[in-house]
Design a protein around this ligand. Structure first.
Ligand code: ATP
Ligand code: MG
Length: 424
């Protein structure tokens, strides 16, 4: 049997990878503008990090982690998400001591979850995420949301829906928790075994259950909004006020709870309502996680962030049929005729490249017609034609593929002449 790629993974080939690169570039540009700085953490971490931060009642920890023992008997896990590692690093490197606060970080890289593969759901996927740690100003919540929205909009997405909610502070959540337990307890036997386990440990997670989402008790479950204390309400109102002043439209959805345990106050999701996007519409999720740094052994430092996957980003771009500025074409293709000319193009090609142009030549000893075809396939803007006769006369022909115009140039000054013509 031939070897294939592992289930739930994909090869991203030339032709597709350009889309990825565009998104990655745009993400970096926006982070620069918003002053978020890249952090790169290991692909695997001690398993305990995720148990403590993501939480042991979540789908991720219960079902989705790639956990293994290394040869030294340590339990390691391929990272399923980026916040835990970022906060671990924040604590480990004492970033709470940095002069610049809050510390604003971003990451981009592969995450691993053992999920049932389907459209928009992979076992290895790439997340871009940001974290702002060290401030509980609601303006930073709005900034983080604005950053994600800018990225989607600047890439050309229009059919976006931003949904926000507040999960409240500790006290609000405690009151809500009791209400949820009272609500679900009498009929918890009708729910999946996960929900039964969650009832005491983390009943809010029941609201996010994918299996029991249509159970009638879900429809009128106690809403966190009704349990927010004064402080949490004020905070949530401020976030909404700032979003409005940023011109960002949103809906409040009191049923929005996030998949991970560590969230409080602001929670948000950005979805695509493009037609034909399919069942999974969430592009991006994030929220506030005051208390996570302490969970990981650091001092108190309130944080907020989001994560989005490039896979779903691209699916949304495809669903909206956004035309991306791809396939620019190369600057110059060198066609040669004759042995001496062919030898000469080795150096000439290199000079073009050194002068900053994308350039290519033939490596298959093709006939002149086939070389022109290759130039077409590469969408060459110019074709330089060098035959043995021209070489002897120290000349070269340059053809503009746009206008069809052809021009003879001195071989010795070809790079300068080409540069001047190209810049025109
Ligand atoms: P879902 O409810 O779809 O499983 P989640 O709550 O597990 O999402 P998060 O952990 O919040 O997702 O991750 C943030 C974002 O990462 C999601 O909004 C989605 O865009 C993306 N994402 C999550 N899991 C996958 C996956 N298996 N494949 C591709 N993208 C993913
Ligand atoms: Mg998930």
């Amino acid at each position: 049997m031939s070897i294939r790629l592992p289930r739930g993974t994909q090869d991203i080939l030339p032709g597709d990878v350009e889309k990825w690169q565009l998104i990655e570039k745009k993400a970096r540009e926006i982070c620069e503008k918003f002053q978020y700085h890249e952090i790169r953490t290991p692909i695997f971490e001690q398993t305990d990090l995720f148990l403590r931060s993501v939480g042991d009642t979540t789908d991720i920890v219960q079902k989705e982690m790639y956990t293994f023992d290394d040869r030294g008997g340590r339990s390691l896990t391929l990272r399923p998400e980026g916040t835990a590692s970022t906060v671990r690093s924040f604590v480990e490197h004492k970033m709470f001591g940095y002069a610049n606060q809050p510390v604003k970080l971003y990451y981009m890289g592969p995450m691993f979850r053992y999920e049932r593969p389907q459209a928009g759901r992979y076992r290895q996927f790439v997340q871009f995420g940001v974290e702002a740690i060290g401030s509980d100003d609601p303006a930073i919540d709005a900034e983080v949301i604005a950053l994600a929205m800018s990225l989607y909009k600047e890439m050309g997405l229009k059919k976006l829906k931003l949904v926000v909610n507040s999960l409240g502070d500790k006290d609000s959540r405690q009151a809500h928790r009791e209400a949820l337990i009272n609500h679900f307890q009498p009929r918890i036997g009708e729910f999946c075994s996960d929900c039964q386990n969650r009832l005491e440990k983390n009943p809010m997670r029941i609201l996010d259950c994918k299996q029991d989402r249509d159970h009638e008790l879900m429809k009128f479950a106690p809403s966190i909004i009704d349990y927010l204390n004064e402080e949490s309400k004020v905070y949530f109102n401020k976030v909404q006020q700032y979003l409005t002043s940023l011109g960002i439209e949103f809906e409040v959805d009191s049923n929005l709870v996030r998949g991970l345990d560590y969230y409080n106050h602001t929670a948000f999701e950005i979805m695509s309502d493009a037609e034909g996007f399919g069942a999974i519409t969430t592009l991006c999720g994030g929220g506030r996680y005051n208390g996570l740094t302490e969970e990981i052994g650091g001092p108190e430092a309130p944080g907020i962030g989001f994560a989005l996957s490039i896979e779903r980003f691209i699916a949304a771009l495809d669903a909206e049929k956004v035309e991306l500025p791809l396939n620019n074409g190369i600057d110059c293709y060198i066609v040669s005729l004759g042995e001496d000319a062919k030898d000469y193009t080795v150096g000439l090609l290199n000079k073009l490249r050194q002068a900053g142009f994308s350039a290519e030549r033939d490596y298959l000893d093709r006939k002149i017609k086939a070389q022109f075809k290759a130039a077409d396939r590469l969408q060459a803007k110019f074709v330089a034609i060098l035959g043995d006769d021209e070489l002897k006369a120290n000349k070269i022909n340059l053809k503009s593929m746009d206008s069809g115009e052809q021009k003879e140039m001195e071989l010795a000054s070809f790079i300068e002449e080409f540069t001047a013509l190209y810049r025109n």
